[in-house]
Design a binder for this molecule. Structure first.
Ligand SMILES: [Zn+2]
Length: 162
C-alpha cells in the first residue's frame, strides 16, 4: 500500500470511534458519537476502559458490534483485545474490592444502628454524695447535686461527693 499523503491523513478514512461499538444488552454505552481515523477518538480509549471496568464490576455482558456483527462477551474478554486490557482487569478487581468494602461498611453501619435501637436511653451519670449526715445517690445538674428524698426531688449546693 502506498504511503498516504498528508492530505489523505486529514480527509480520509473517518470511521466511528471504536468505543461506540460497545453496549450492554440493556442499552448502556459510552455515549460516544465521535468519528476518528484512529482506533479511538482522543481520550476514548480511557472512556472505553472505564466503561468496561464498570460493566466488568457489574458482571454485565458487553456486546461489541463491528460491521453489523454482534459479539457478546464479558467485559474482560473484550478488554483483552486492547492495550489497556490489564488495566481493566485490575480495575474490575479493585472495583470488586471496593464493592466488598462498601458492603462491609454498610453492614457495620446497619449493625450499629440496630444496636443503637436496642440500647437504653442515655442515663445521667449517677453521683453519690453526702448531704448533711446522710448519703444520697443522685445526679449533678450544673453545680447542684440533685437527689430524692421520699420521692421528692431536692437540689443542693451543699454536698460532698463521696
Ligand atoms: Zn469513543
Amino acid at each position: 500500500m502506498a504511503a498516504k499523503t498528508a492530505q489523505d491523513e486529514t480527509t480520509t478514512d473517518l470511521h466511528a470511534c471504536t468505543c461506540s461499538q460497545f453496549a450492554t444488552a440493556d442499552g448502556q454505552t459510552t455515549g460516544c458519537t465521535a468519528t476518528t481515523k484512529r482506533l479511538f477518538a482522543p481520550g476514548h480509549d480511557a472512556k472505553l476502559k472505564s466503561f468496561l471496568i464498570r460493566m466488568g464490576a457489574d458482571g454485565a455482558e458487553v456486546i461489541r458490534t463491528v460491521d453489523g456483527i454482534a459479539s457478546p462477551a464479558d467485559a474482560l474478554t473484550h478488554a483483552q483485545k486492547f492495550a489497556f486490557g490489564h488495566m481493566v482487569i485490575a480495575g474490575v478487581a479493585l472495583a470488586g474490592e471496593k464493592a466488598r468494602k462498601k458492603a462491609e461498611r454498610l453492614e457495620a453501619k446497619a449493625a450499629a444502628k440496630a444496636e443503637g435501637r436496642t440500647a437504653r436511653p442515655k442515663q445521667p451519670k449517677k453521683v453519690t454524695a453526702k448531704v448533711g449526715r446522710a448519703t444520697f445517690t443522685g445526679r449533678m445538674d450544673g453545680d447542684h447535686f440533685v437527689y430524692e428524698v421520699k420521692g421528692k426531688e431536692r437540689r443542693t449546693l451543699k454536698f460532698q461527693a463521696v
